[in-house]
Design a binder for this molecule. Structure first.
Ligand SMILES: *[C@@H]1O[C@H](CO)[C@@H](O)[C@H](O)[C@H]1NC(C)=O
Ligand SMILES: *[C@@H]1O[C@H](CO)[C@@H](O)[C@H](O)[C@H]1NC(C)=O
Ligand SMILES: *[C@@H]1O[C@H](CO)[C@@H](O)[C@H](O)[C@H]1NC(C)=O
Ligand SMILES: *[C@@H]1O[C@H](CO)[C@@H](O)[C@H](O)[C@H]1NC(C)=O
Ligand SMILES: *[C@@H]1O[C@H](CO)[C@@H](O)[C@H](O)[C@H]1NC(C)=O
Ligand SMILES: *[C@@H]1O[C@H](CO)[C@@H](O)[C@H](O)[C@H]1NC(C)=O
Ligand SMILES: *[C@@H]1O[C@H](CO)[C@@H](O)[C@H](O)[C@H]1NC(C)=O
Ligand SMILES: *[C@@H]1O[C@H](CO)[C@@H](O)[C@H](O)[C@H]1NC(C)=O
Ligand SMILES: [Cu+2]
Length: 543
């Protein structure tokens, strides 16, 4: 599973003394015909192949991805999940936010410094495309890994829910007035390593670092290894004090790095279980248990021996990740800027199912939000210029507390671009709304980029606004993004004023006659003139 370049520890020690380099990927985005779970369907791959390749670099390296859209019939783009894009906010990738969609026949270059090590992933942030396959691991090695002495080999493991239909059709079916229960598409199966299998060679005396990445569009998964604990060392590319876990729950877009050791007493092949959690709230027994999609993989000591035993779990009791301690033991920051978001499903003027923050659904505008921030002068401090993208202006240096009140009965994973936030509190389901008091928080809260907020409960997050840019905050259930479950942080707009963009990014807009200056509607005479703003979501979904 490791590429040859990184397969030896010798490389890692070399990297420790090597100077920062550049890794370049020339990628054509192409349709590929494939059957990850045995059922053939069109997939979005790279350079004619699928699964998509892994990006691998060492912290400090510059990563260049030169992306040519050769799909012919769909736009595209890439987001590098968990990379904070310090000073390169225009490389973050979501369409309509930091760039225009890349039209067929165009090329766009992404370039950023991998400033921080860990397990990341990249994916399309355009047209609900990543469940169609356009996604892959992004591994940034750490020459100063504090756990380097504790493992011998590393293994990348990706997990995902999987669909037999294409995203465009799934989203079109979902966004219908008849969908009064806001039902998302239901996965057909679960894939591990994109269907390539998840068996791990397990040799006595060796300890393995598993980099687990969740590519899911919807479901969460429970992870349990027969007879072996997981020793977790990282969540979402942020080191933690080692935590022993019997079971983990990973939601869409999260990552965990953990160690598993093959010890003296081990003498057989051990199954592990990944159970797809399609229930709305696994902690609520009255909702029934819906573990109908399971994957069994093996820690393989001897491939000629039994590989049929199944790992059975009686009860799902995952470790509480909100109680992890960051490796550096950093204190909770105190905040000066509160943003409280009530999340609930809602219905638009045409009766279409949507999801809302504070009763407002996100509607993509004509001009990418970052381009508006760059080109509307001092008016870029005024949320009016951005249109209905749920904009929140925060000043440079603010410490922002986001409170997310989840009024839905299901759990939802929330992701912030451009930051690793502190998770101060994430109470159990059924707790209700934030009591508007800051009490009983973690004093050394874990930092991550995606947090699961339980049903009818809330989450309290803090981040420091020292990364000027336009950063989305959204549920990482892709189907909910398409329903509008997104807010936009306009961070330090005074520092975005007048910023310029690479010509190929602007050319992507020009090729489609998308305005790239002015307010949300491209008005350049009067930035607070809201004529032409999009105030109702389109009734036909085209991505
Ligand atoms: C695991 O071991 C088998 C032989 O037992 C070998 O063919 C395979 O390449 C190994 N896989 C990895 C990822 O090292
Ligand atoms: C990027 O790709 C385009 C089109 O394939 C090619 O013309 C260009 O030279 C590439 N750029 C780099 C930096 O490799
Ligand atoms: C584009 O082409 C692919 C492959 O033929 C097809 O599966 C897909 O549905 C098409 N997309 C659109 C938007 O027509
Ligand atoms: C990945 O995330 C999805 C969406 O939250 C979830 O359903 C699935 O169970 C997760 N997979 C794992 C292995 O945790
Ligand atoms: C999946 O695994 C769980 C836990 O062992 C079990 O309760 C459930 O019945 C399994 N589901 C299927 C469809 O086998
Ligand atoms: C949302 O709308 C409901 C019903 O119209 C109202 O009770 C509630 O106060 C609103 N919430 C916010 C945050 O505006
Ligand atoms: C569990 O689910 C039931 C049925 O939807 C609901 O009435 C109840 O409030 C839920 N319990 C909690 C603690 O959320
Ligand atoms: C700009 O447009 C706003 C909203 O239509 C209007 O109130 C304002 O007077 C206009 N400003 C100028 C200078 O025309
Ligand atoms: Cu959601």
């Amino acid at each position: 599973m490791l590429s040859s370049r990184f397969s030896s520890l010798a490389f890692l020690s070399l990297a420790a003394i090597a100077k920062a380099g550049t890794v370049t990927y020339n990628w054509d985005v192409t349709w590929v015909w494939g059957a990850p779970d045995g059922v053939y369907r069109p997939l979005i791959g790279i350079n004619g192949a699928w699964p998509c390749p892994k990006i691998e670099a060492t912290s400090g390296d510059t990563v260049i991805v030169n992306l040519s859209n050769k799909l012919g019939n769909e736009t595209s783009g890439l987001h590098f999940h968990g990379i904070n894009q310090v000073s390169t906010q225009e490389m973050d990738g979501p369409s309509g936010v930091t760039q225009c969609p890349v039209p067929p026949g165009s090329t766009i270059k992404y370039q950023f410094v991998a400033d921080s090590p860990g397990t990341f992933w990249y994916h399309s942030h355009n047209m609900g495309q990543y469940p169609d396959g356009l996604r892959g691991p992004l591994i940034i090695h750490d020459p100063n890994d504090p756990f380097a002495d504790e493992y011998d080999e590393e293994v990348v493991m990706t997990v995902s829910d999987w669909y037999h239909s294409q995203s465009l059709d799934l989203v079109r079916n979902m966004l219908q007035p008849s969908n009064t229960r806001f039902a998302p598409p239901f996965p057909d199966s679960i894939t591990v390593n994109e269907g390539q299998g998840g068996n791990i060679n397990f040799t006595k005396g060796k300890t393995y670092r598993i980099r687990l990445i969740n590519f899911s569009a919807f479901a969460s998964a429970m992870v349990h290894f027969d007879s072996h604990d997981m020793n977790i060392i990282m969540n979402d590319a942020s080191y933690i004090k080692k935590e022993k876990a019997y079971m983990l729950r990973i939601t869409a877009a999260q990552r965990y790095d953990f160690l598993i050791s093959c010890i003296d007493r081990d003498n057989r092949n051990f199954p592990y279980l990944i159970g797809l959690d399609t229930n709305r709230d696994f902690t609520n027994a009255s909702l029934g248990v819906a573990w109908n999609k399971n994957y069994t993989g093996y820690l393989v000591m001897d491939p000629t021996k039994d590989l049929t035993k199944v790992d059975v779990v009686q009860e799902w009791k995952p470790i509480d990740d909100s109680h992890f301690t960051p490796y550096d033991n950093a204190d909770a920051m105190s905040y000066n800027h509160l943003v409280e978001l009530d999340f609930a499903f809602c219905t638009d003027k045409n009766g279409y199912p949507r999801s809302c923050f504070n009763n407002v659904t996100y509607i993509a505008q004509k001009v990418p939000t970052l381009y508006s921030a760059a080109t509307t002068g001092d008016d870029n401090q005024n949320p009016v210029v951005y249109g209905q993208v749920n904009p929140f202006i925060v000043n440079y240096g603010d410490i922002v507390q986001i409170v997310i009140n989840n009024l839905d009965e299901a759990g939802h994973p929330f992701h912030l671009h451009g930051h690793h936030f502190q998770v101060l509190d994430r109470p159990k389901s059924g707790t209700g709304k934030w009591p508007k008091r800051d009490t009983n928080y973690a004093s050394h809260p874990p930092r991550r980029d995606t947090v699961a907020v339980y049903g009818r409960s809330y989450g309290v997050l803090r981040f420091k606004a020292t990364n000027p840019g336009v950063w989305l905050f959204h549920c990482h259930i892709e189907w909910h993004v398409e329903m509008g479950l997104t807010a936009t942080f306009i961070e330090a707009p005074d520092r975005l004023k007048g910023m310029t963009f690479p010509q190929d990014h602007i050319d992507a807009c020009k090729a489609q006659d998308i305005p790239y200056k002015g307010n949300a509607a491209g008005n350049t005479d009067n930035y607070t003139d809201t004529s032409g703003f999009i105030t109702t979501p389109p009734t036909t979904y085209n991505g």
